[in-house]
Design a protein around this ligand. Structure first.
Ligand code: SF4
Length: 747
């Protein structure tokens, strides 16, 4: 009989026995060993704390924390969330390891060595704040507000950014999220539909999902991924345009292995075909389109044959995509993308995506682009002050904008060039808050020279990163799990379900350890020392959140009572606004000297022996921010370089071989990675995950792990309309055992 006992039956009988006799007592009576009583699973008496909002990436999922003895032991999605729900990703889970990372910054530090090669001395907060306030004030007195530049990133950077921008009055503010990531997308869509697009595609209800360069599954944002997967489960066809067989391409119905840099030609070919064959939504275009005739004429040269030749595809491949889109219009999700700063010709590509959506009538319809309507909360921060001296690096001597379609802030290259030349004015004070411009902005030597010539450099961060090595004063910030700041609002993730809105606010799940401080404390103290005490808008971060919640009739106490999230009835997002239009031909763009109809500008080909370096996200890291996280590092300790398998055979390389790189400017990677051979990448490019290869020895886990792709991006492309950086115009060869190996593709 015992042999017939199944595992399930055994467990059932064991649990029945446990009811009759506690296991601890049974063991003790048989062995004579006295044991403390066992606690049943799930009864560790954890305290659940609500109000967490993740910031391991910038999607900001809602969290609860499990605490034991004052220590956070686990993070989970907030069960009340109608956004991410109970799900969080690997990085979200690993937030615990950031919180308690022994390498985290703990005290204010002063660099008594050189910038870039620091020697740190622990100092008091008073000394640190005095030095920051006095040095920045000295720069302001000598050079004016225009002598200061700011590189901010993340929720906590908004408050200090507003202080410097609005109160002190510097315009030299460059956020990586705009100038090295999604700013081009936003301004291109504003120029086409009057709104920044976000990722507002209704994928769960789409018949076709179209991704151009998007690699979901490698790029993970929880509610976004839920939408995408629901769409696929519901039967949406997936088209993925990518030189690489990415995680998304692996799920696709059509994978288009496009030649890098030619995406706009591909889109123009599709759009011209739709117009020529009358497969576009003529009623929608008649009603909501502006400048359609100029547009149609402007792109008529783009036959399928011409597009196919430009993109190294067949006519059939482009036609198949166009027909699938047309046959399923308007319920198609043309995804606007997220990190879209690629080649320096990106504004026109993003305009093309918006125009294609218009041709298919896919705005404000099920499955299309649909901006869900969320609730409003306050935005208390520093007031805009009048400043006697107005200046703008984006204006030339004739008061014309160099880059008229720039996102908020100033293009990074204009700031760096002014700092290096002193023209039109010197920039001598630098504030870096949560950004790592050494690994975010291309041209590392240029950035280093910018920093070398500063009178003062201040960094605020959670971890020691590559940029913090360049600080004069380095301030330790509390992490997203220890502070108040962000109020997240939104709607349920599947727009076709019951319409609801939510409001949640970031609250600390644990108290900060060591001497870490938050953004409001640090900024206010510096403001006092710079003579701006009277302008301080709020005393604490908690007060700021309270005041912003008041606008929605809420308070932190109320939110806590409601489990960290307030939910209220929502609104139908599919209603088309009265003033909506799609500007196919944009006269303002034309007047500013750029093509008013989307236009393709070819990019440089790889020189003989080189392949183009492309890069992207990996599912367990966020840019360079998580390099030192021990769980995430252990999941993906390096960033293997993808190399076409046929090329690898010709080059004598195999999976796991250790290689370094040299780029077209002779710059060598400091570190190495391993080769991953695959048929799933074109022969004219190689690919690696972004954000590896830190140089900071204070990151004991991440230092030197993998290759820093940004170090190889020395040729800096600038998108003319926006001033944003294009970062895929660099080429590499491999180095193995000290020998340079040519890549035979273009030879
Ligand atoms: S997607 Fe992951 S890392 Fe990003 S906010 Fe959500 S849980 Fe955090």
């Amino acid at each position: 009989m015992a042999f017939n006992l199944t595992r399930r039956k055994f467990l059932q009988s064991a649990s029945l026995a446990a009811v009759a006799l506690p296991l601890s007592r049974a063991i003790a009576s048989e062995s004579g060993v006295k044991r403390s009583p066992l606690e049943a699973k799930g009864s560790f008496k954890d305290e659940t704390v609500v109000g967490g909002i993740c910031e391991m990436c910038f999607w900001r999922c809602q969290l609860v924390g499990k605490k034991r003895g004052g220590r956070l032991v686990k993070l989970e999605g907030n069960p009340k969330s109608i956004d991410n729900g109970t799900s969080i990703c690997a990085r979200g889970n690993a937030g615990i390891k950031l919180l308690y990372d022994p390498d985290r910054l703990k005290f204010p530090l002063k660099n008594v060595g050189e910038r870039g090669n620091p020697k740190w001395k622990k100092i008091s907060w008073k000394e640190a704040l005095d030095e920051c306030g006095n040095k920045l004030k000295a720069v302001e007195d000598k050079y004016g507000a225009k002598g200061i530049c700011v590189f901010p990133h993340g929720s906590s950077a908004k408050y200090p950014m507003h202080f410097f921008e609005r109160t002190v009055g510097t315009k030299n503010v460059s956020e990586a999220s705009f100038f090295q990531c999604r700013g081009i997308r936003d301004t291109a869509y504003v120029a086409t539909i009057g709104k920044a697009p976000g990722e507002k595609v209704d994928m769960p209800n789409a018949k076709v999902i179209f991704l151009l360069g998007g690699h979901f599954g490698e790029n993970i944002h929880v509610s976004h991924i839920k939408r995408y997967l629901k769409g696929l489960q519901n039967g949406a066809k997936l088209i993925v345009v990518d030189p690489r067989y990415s995680a998304s391409a692996a799920k696709s119905d059509i994978w288009v292995p496009i030649k890098p840099g030619t995406d706009t030609a591909f889109l123009l070919g599709i759009m011209n075909y739709l117009i020529a064959t009358k497969k576009y939504d003529a009623d929608f275009v008649d009603e909501y389109g502006d400048g359609f005739e100029e547009f149609a004429k402007g792109i008529e040269e783009w036959s399928l044959e011409k597009a196919a030749a430009a993109c190294d595809l067949t006519v059939q491949q482009i036609k198949e995509v166009a027909d699938l889109l047309a046959d399923n219009a308007p319920n198609v999700s043309i995804h606007p993308g997220r990190h879209v700063s690629w080649y320096g010709n990106d504004f026109q590509r993003q305009r093309s995506l918006a125009c294609l959506t218009g041709l298919l009538g896919a705005f404000y319809v099920k499955g299309g682009w649909v901006p869900a309507i969320g609730p409003k909360v306050g935005k208390l921060s520093w007031e805009h002050k009048e400043h006697e001296e107005e200046f703008n690096l984006n204006l030339n001597s004739d008061d014309e904008l160099y880059h008229p379609f720039t996102p908020p802030g100033t293009p990074t290259e204009l700031i760096r060039d002014a700092a290096l030349t002193g023209k039109p004015h010197p920039i001598k004070g630098c504030v870096i808050w949560g950004q790592n411009p050494i690994q975010t902005i291309p041209g590392q030597e240029k950035m280093k020279n910018v920093l070398r010539q500063m009178d003062f450099v201040m960094c605020v961060d959670v971890m020691p990163t590559d940029i913090t090595m360049w600080a004069d004063i380095l301030l330790p910030e509390v992490s997203y799990l220890e502070r108040y700041d962000y109020i997240k609002t939104g709607t349920q993730w599947d727009l076709s379900e019951k319409q609801q809105q939510f409001i949640s606010a970031r609250m600390p799940l644990v108290s900060p350890l060591f001497e870490r401080k938050d953004q409001v404390f640090i900024t206010n103290e510096i403001a006092k020392r710079m003579g701006y005490e009277e302008d301080i808008p709020v005393k604490t971060a908690k007060d700021m959140v309270e005041k912003n919640l008041e606008v929605a009739g809420l308070s932190l106490a109320q939110l806590k009572k409601e489990g960290g999230i307030h939910i209220q009835p929502g609104k139908n997002p599919y209603n088309m606004p009265d003033d909506f239009e799609v500007v196919f031909f944009n006269e303002d763009i034309e007047d500013a000297g750029f093509p008013g109809v989307p236009t393709y500008k070819p990019v440089e080909e790889p020189p003989a022996g080189f392949a183009r370096l492309i890069y992207g996200r990996v599912p367990v890291h966020t840019f360079n921010r998580t390099q030192n996280n021990v769980w995430l590092h252990s999941a993906m300790p390096t960033n293997p370089v993808w190399l076409n398998d046929e090329l690898a055979a010709k080059m004598g390389l195999k999976d796991g071989d250790e290689v370094g790189f040299i780029n077209q400017d002779g710059i060598k990677s400091r570190t190495t990675t391993i080769v991953k051979t695959t048929p799933g990448i074109r022969k004219d490019c190689v690919y690696m995950g972004h954000g590896y290869g830190s140089a900071n020895p204070l990151m004991t886990v991440g230092v030197g792990a993998g290759v820093d792709d940004t170090s190889l991006v020395t040729k800096i492309a600038v998108d003319p309309e926006t001033g944003a950086n294009g970062m895929r115009n660099n080429f590499v060869k491999f180095i193995k055992d000290g020998k340079i190996i040519n890549i035979p593709t273009a030879a």
